[in-house]
Design a protein around this ligand. Structure first.
Ligand code: AMP
Length: 186
């Protein structure tokens, strides 16, 4: 099974991706996490990526693509793409790649959450995880970019009848149970 997870920052899609990947034995591919690993290597490229991420902006897609394709190509049971696509051109590119490689995208799960709750959760996470790209300014900027660029991706998959929507307000376990109800059982 191959899944894409969408939702604003703070919607908990990363947590759900982890739970789903354990449940279905899928490769959890988080573009944000892969980028943070690049940053941690402190290479010139890593430093450039850090600057972009710290402003809450999108990293050039060829960089992201390199990292996620390596993962997709080593996902024997399928994958969960978390954090990509971030805009329409990324979505179109991924579709093209899936077609070329005879990869079937099963479902796109959209974790829906309003901005005030998202901002609250991001502030809590910043305190807990001490992530360097986590400041109140970055949070607002990431939400702005999310609405401007990522929201159209939701309509794109809706038109393809691939989208299911999950209320991201309840606790982690409830959201997970609700997600499983919408997926084929193991
Ligand atoms: P995330 O952990 O998914 O919230 O991503 C953290 C940051 O990584 C984002 O704010 C972007 O700067 C960058 N990023 C992650 N995925 C992508 C992507 N598909 N395209 C461009 N930038 C990305």
């Amino acid at each position: 099974m191959n899944l894409i997870l969408l939702g604003p920052p703070g919607s908990g899609k990363g947590t759900q991706a982890k739970l789903l990947s354990q449940h279905f034995q899928l490769n959890h591919i988080s573009s944000g996490e892969l980028l943070r690993q690049e940053v941690a290597q402190n290479t010139p490229k890593g430093k450039l990526i850090a600057q972009i991420m710290n402003q809450g902006e999108l990293v050039p897609f060829d960089t992201v693509l390199d990292l996620i394709l390596k993962q997709i190509n080593t996902s024997p049971n399928g994958f969960i793409l978390d954090g990509t696509p971030r805009d329409l051109s990324q979505a179109e590119h991924m579709d093209w790649f899936f077609n070329q490689n005879h990869i079937h995208l099963d479902t796109v799960i959209y974790y829906q959450l309003d901005d005030p709750i998202a901002l609250n959760r991001l502030a809590n996470r910043a305190r807990e995880e001490n992530r360097s790209d986590d400041t109140p300014q970055t949070h607002r900027e990431r939400l702005r970019i999310y609405h401007q660029k990522t929201q159209p991706v939701i309509d794109y998959y809706q038109k393809q009848h691939k989208l299911v929507t999950i209320d991201a307000r309840p606790d982690i376990d409830t959201i997970f149970t609700n997600t499983l109800k919408l997926l084929p059982s193991k």
